[in-house]
Design a protein around this ligand. Structure first.
Ligand SMILES: NC(=O)c1ccc[n+]([C@@H]2O[C@H](COP(=O)([O-])OP(=O)(O)OC[C@H]3O[C@@H](n4cnc5c(N)ncnc54)[C@H](OP(=O)(O)O)[C@@H]3O)[C@@H](O)[C@H]2O)c1
Length: 320
């Protein structure tokens, strides 16, 4: 970079965003990170990242506060919109707790980007906006043409999937009707080491698989991706001028039983689920479009090794 480029990352202290901020700082970007509470210990790790003291500025911003979002994005040429509530289970008020921050939050970010004449916005969506589609032909890999069915999401009370589907489709619609260059990335279930001190929703599920001796787990196939490979994908679609539209970002499909057998073979001493119930059909997500752009992903064993070490080093798992 001849001159340092300034970019904004929303929800900078979160699981995925922390890795992205780390990579951006290492590459010499100046980063504006939005956090809801800059003084909270849960964001303290950001200030310790390499180059953070010179190149990271935190902005106290809620996604629903348009002026606050504008203040964080002003002066940036690029924006990574990562922030969104991610919950482990259902919530009492899905409209206020999921839909509004995801949908209105994304609108606020996009409007702020237009105002600041941002060159490119990368919106983090989710495989949840792809996979809830009962009409997709069986045995055909789901690609970027596949969208979750909003009515189906409502019918099964999956408001996280609904929120991500509405937010992403409206973002791509916004792109059609504006000058803003918007690229979306849909990661599958994210695994891998955490940089942030608090445990995010998806890591907590993984930890429960190794710690709680659960009676029974549904053996439902899940697509996975390493958090560091997601951060790489976000940077890749930002930096490659030819990137366009939507990108699925997923490395493996695996059933919990197969995944846990792998964990057991590497770490036999943890407290794994006792049994598995029948899962649904196979799922297959295609990340070919992202791979054609140059994306590569690490081996599953490397992710497992690194997240277990991360949990042990932090005292979340206790090696006997
Ligand atoms: N983890 C996965 O498996 C996965 C898979 C696919 C897609 N994604 C997507 O990846 C993104 C990051 O997820 P993550 O796993 O890194 O979750 P995370 O660690 O919980 O991070 C979410 C971030 O969003 C922020 N946020 C939530 N509501 C906000 C609001 N109203 N205003 C401002 N900030 C708000 C949170 O801030 P606070 O710390 O203040 O709460 C947090 O920093 C999300 O868009 C998620 O949908 C995640």
């Amino acid at each position: 970079m001849a001159q340092k480029e300034r970019v904004c990352v929303t929800g900078a202290g979160g699981y995925v965003a922390s890795w992205l901020v780390k990579n951006l700082l290492l590459k010499g970007y100046m980063v504006h990170g939005t956090v809801r509470d800059p003084g909270d210990d849960k964001n303290a790790h950001l200030k310790k990242l390499e180059n953070a003291s010179e190149n990271l500025q935190l902005f106290k911003t809620n996604l629903l506060d348009f002026e606050g979002v504008c203040a964080a994005i002003a002066g940036c040429t690029g924006v990574f919109h990562v922030a969104c509530p991610v919950t482990a289970g259902s919530v009492p008020n899905p409209e206020a707790q999921l839909i509004e921050p995801a949908v209105v939050g994304t609108k606020n970010v996009l409007n702020s980007c237009s105002k600041a004449r941002v060159k490119r916005v990368v919106v983090v969506s989710s495989a949840s906006a792809v996979m809830m589609n009962p009409n997709w032909p069986k045995n055909q890999a789901m690609d970027e043409e596949c969208w979750s069915d909003k009515e189906f999401c409502k019918a099964i009370n999956n408001y996280y999937c609904l929120a991500k589907t509405i937010a992403e489709s409206e973002a791509l619609e916004y792109a059609k009707n504006s000058e803003l260059d918007i690229v979306t990335v849909c990661p599958s279930f994210v695994i891998g080491p955490m940089l942030q001190p608090s445990i995010n929703a998806t890591s907590s599920l993984l930890i429960s698989f190794m710690k709680e001796g659960l009676e029974s787990v549904e053996n439902k196939a899940r697509p996975l991706v390493d958090v560091r490979d997601v951060a790489d994908a976000l940077l890749l679609v930002y930096e490659k001028p030819e990137a366009k539209g939507r990108y699925i970002c997923s490395s493996f499909e695996i059933r919990p039983k197969e995944f846990i057998d792998k964990l057991k073979s590497m770490y036999p001493y943890y407290n794994y689920p006792k049994s598995f119930t029948m899962g649904d059909k196979e799922v297959k997500l295609s990340s070919e479009k992202l791979q054609r752009l140059g994306w590569k992903y690490r081996a599953l064993e490397e992710s497992i090794h690194d997240f277990v070490k991360n949990y042990e080093d932090r005292g979340i798992l206790h090696k006997p």
